[in-house]
Design a protein around this ligand. Structure first.
Ligand SMILES: [Zn+2]
Length: 144
């Protein structure tokens, strides 16, 4: 009898509800659990990706390496959501946002403890792993 093949489904742990269970970038979850938000960089042409990609769409190489999202990014824009997709209703209200790190941008959520009155376009923020009440993990943006 053939042995059952092990499936790497670490991405099931990502976000309030994960819609991605199978991916070639599962190390993203392990790195989050170790306290690090990370992306990938193409070793051939140098292109950087966030969210991480296993394959470069610029030169089609699959020779990638991980890099850590460190330092601060500038808040490009944000939007406070009053309605949410199925599965995320319990998180409302929350704000989605985009940080510019220079050579790449990071899309995500503002941390729930960032007062709305403190949020200013152009402010420095940092992306950090965040453990959710249901045991899942994601990353959120805090004031730098
Ligand atoms: Zn490339």
């Amino acid at each position: 009898m053939a042995e059952k093949k092990e499936v790497d489904a670490r991405f099931k742990k990502f976000g309030t509800v994960s819609f991605t269970s199978l991916t070639k970038t599962n190390d993203f979850i392990t790195k989050l659990e170790e306290g690090q938000v990370s992306g990938t960089k193409c070793k051939v042409c140098g292109m950087v990706f966030f969210p991480p990609r296993a394959d470069c769409y610029s030169c089609f190489s699959s020779d990638m390496e991980w890099f850590n999202v460190t330092g601060t990014g500038k808040l490009v824009t944000y939007s406070k959501l009053q309605y949410a997709p199925v599965g995320f209703e319990g998180d409302l209200p929350y704000s989605i946002a985009l940080l510019d790190y220079g050579t790449y941008k990071v899309f995500g959520r503002l941390a729930s403890d960032v007062p709305e009155t403190d949020v200013k376009i152009g402010m420095d923020m940092k992306a950090e792993p965040n453990r959710l009440p249901n045991g899942q993990i994601n990353y959120v943006f805090h004031k730098a």
